[in-house]
Ligand binder design. Structure first.
Ligand SMILES: [Mg+2]
Length: 185
């Protein structure tokens, strides 16, 4: 008998927030409305938002949850027709595992968003606890969070998705768009 699916097929892990869904654009809008401010996503230059803006960690989470629950249809994909890019990866023979670490109440809305944008997935992993993404089964992970990719060791590898908050992090493979990652794979 030949090898199982996991040996034959490479799995691409794809993050949701700020890789598929450009959620921080709407987060910033929510922040501006509530705080009467005028910041842009480019101003979010640190992962730790309370270190650069006058918000508490709790408020960061509250705005984030609100945006996903009440404004999910306004959240744009990080590039047009993102579903077609996941479809291309699928047609190239990759398994697509969408892996997202999040608070339980936003899960239903994330699932709706993925359907709404026709994102192709072979599985969908919602992580609620502190288990690192690096310990999940994938061959390559596409993520914007340095903390998610720092523990990844060969033969697994990671592609860092450029965002204003990860510019200072040194990582050899970076992309601006999912389509760029798709061409590398
Ligand atoms: Mg992310």
């Amino acid at each position: 008998m030949s090898g199982g699916v996991s040996e034959a097929v490479k799995t691409v892990g794809i993050d949701v927030d700020s890789v598929l869904a450009d959620v921080m654009l709407v987060w910033v809008d929510e922040y501006n409305k509530r705080q009467n401010a005028r910041i842009t996503k480019q101003d979010i230059t640190k992962w730790d938002i309370p270190s650069i803006l006058p918000v508490s960690p709790d408020q960061v989470y509250q705005y984030f949850s609100h945006v996903w629950k009440e404004r999910w249809q306004e959240i744009p994909p990080t590039e047009p027709a993102i579903g077609q890019i996941t479809e291309k990866l699928h047609k190239k023979g990759y398994r697509i595992s969408v892996i997202t670490k999040r608070e339980r109440p936003t899960v239903a809305y994330v699932a709706k968003w993925l359907d709404y944008h026709n994102v192709y997935t072979d599985d969908l992993l919602f992580i609620y606890d502190a288990v690192p993404k690096a310990s999940y089964p994938f061959d390559v992970l596409i993520d914007d969070a340095p903390k998610n990719i720092i523990d990844i060791v060969a033969p697994k590898y990671a592609i860092l998705f450029n965002q204003p908050w990860n510019k200072d992090f040194h990582w050899p493979v970076r992309v601006d768009r999912l389509s760029e990652a798709e061409r590398l794979l």
